[in-house]
Design a protein around this ligand. Structure first.
Ligand code: NAD
Length: 362
């Protein structure tokens, strides 16, 4: 039976950018290089509009039957004031929890052609290649109790809970140690162990696991220092492992080192090998429907899907090479454009990658 890939375009620029990655998939299917079936589903605000829910049960069913999921992004001002449980972002949190996608891999890789697009000096970022491993289904985004309550004096109080148990820490640390083993063997665990007990335990558990990975050099760093070091000297890092919220913030920071958030892919993996792949950015409602969004983060997310869920290393390598070739040829979307380059739209960028890919995949 052919493996299934579920496409969830979502909201804002989601449909435009997922369509570009779909072109790559259709090319591979046409060429006989990939034996997969493509399915489509609803998530986020568009799902609320059609079904009343940000994660319809039909989408959960399709996701569970798929080997991998490629998502665009969710959210937008249209849904910002609806009931909190129905907001698009809740659909995203729910699908991560439903599928047990606990490990989020977010690479920050600088294509040499884009060194000028970074706001930092070229020497600071040239050759940057780091991987953030973010815990995705625990921590303060999921902890209970949570809510907004009224106090006796009539004031309202918002509250959330930061909680991690040993099992959650061990399973994300295992992914991080293994990822570091396959890269340059350096792992930095980021926490706030001096203030938050949940991350004091985080540090203790990860430190104990070090003995199982003698080839990996482990370092611990407080999150405030890590934010500073990422801007000061980002190339000191190879793999960073951190909690859900710290990872959310640090990976956006790392993305800007590479010039644009429109370049960064991500993979969210479960125990059973299922993976959901999505660009690191949001739904960019300010540029939706204008054919100017950068589809490369989504195309690079597809490359991660080929690598981690379909084990097609060569097809993944070649897709990354095609992105590099297209950038080298001087083509740019608006967000990464610079003097002397040719600015093109979302669709044209998707076509340029497929054209180049067709010369590499025979
Ligand atoms: P955003 O990432 O959508 O946009 C931030 C800025 O980056 C905007 O100026 C946008 O135009 C630009 N940008 C983002 N992606 C781009 C691309 N591919 N090409 C060119 N420019 C790009 O973040 P935001 O504005 O804070 O959030 C907008 C909506 O997205 C909100 O509703 C938020 O909740 C949602 N969001 C969703 C996800 C997700 O689906 N995983 C992640 C973050 C934010």
């Amino acid at each position: 039976m052919a493996k299934k890939i579920l496409l969830l375009p979502g909201d804002g620029i989601g449909p435009e950018i997922v369509a570009q990655a779909e072109k790559v998939l259709l090319f591979l299917i046409r060429k006989g290089k990939l034996h997969v079936e493509l399915e489509h589903g609803l998530i986020g605000g568009s799902a609320v509009d059609e079904t009343g829910f940000p994660l319809p049960s039909e989408t959960v069913k399709k996701a569970k039957q798929s080997t991998a999921i490629l998502m665009g992004s969710v959210g937008g001002p249209k849904w910002d004031s609806i009931d909190r449980p129905l907001r698009p972002e809740r659909g995203l949190l729910a699908i991560r929890a439903e599928l047990g996608l606990f490990a989020n891999l977010r690479p920050a890789f600088l294509f040499s052609e884009l060194a000028k697009a970074s706001t930092l000096n070229r020497e600071v970022v040239a050759g940057l290649d780091l991987m953030i491993v973010r815990e995705l289904t625990g921590g303060i985004y999921f902890g209970n109790p949570r809510g907004i309550r009224e106090l006796d004096d009539g004031q309202r109080e918002g509250f959330n809970t930061l909680v991690y148990n040993e099992k959650e820490i061990k399973r994300i640390a295992k992914v991080a140690f293994e990822t570091a083993s396959k890269r340059n063997g350096r792992l930095c665990s980021v926490d706030k162990a001096n203030v938050l007990e949940a991350t004091e335990l985080w540090r203790e558990v990860i430190e104990k696991m070090k003995k199982d990975y003698p080839a990996v050099e482990l370092q611990h760093m407080y999150v405030d220092n890590a934010a500073m070091q990422l801007v000061r000297k980002p190339k000191q890092f190879d793999v960073i492992v951190t909690t859900n919220m710290f990872g959310d913030i640090l990976s956006d920071l790392a993305s800007m080192l590479t010039g644009s958030i429109g370049m960064l892919p991500s993979a969210s993996l479960a125990h059973d090998g299922k993976g959901m792949y999505e660009p690191a950015h949001g739904s960019a409602p300010d540029i939706a429907g204008k054919d100017i969004a950068n589809p490369l983060a989504t195309i690079l997310s597809l490359s991660m899907l080929l690598r981690y869920s379909l084990f097609e290393e060569e097809l993944a390598d070649k897709l990354e090479k095609s992105v590099a070739n297209v950038l080298e040829s001087g083509l740019r979307t608006q967000d990464i454009n610079s003097d002397g380059m040719k600015c093109i739209g979302t669709n044209e960028m998707g076509d340029a990658v497929v054209n180049n890919y067709s010369t590499l995949v025979s």
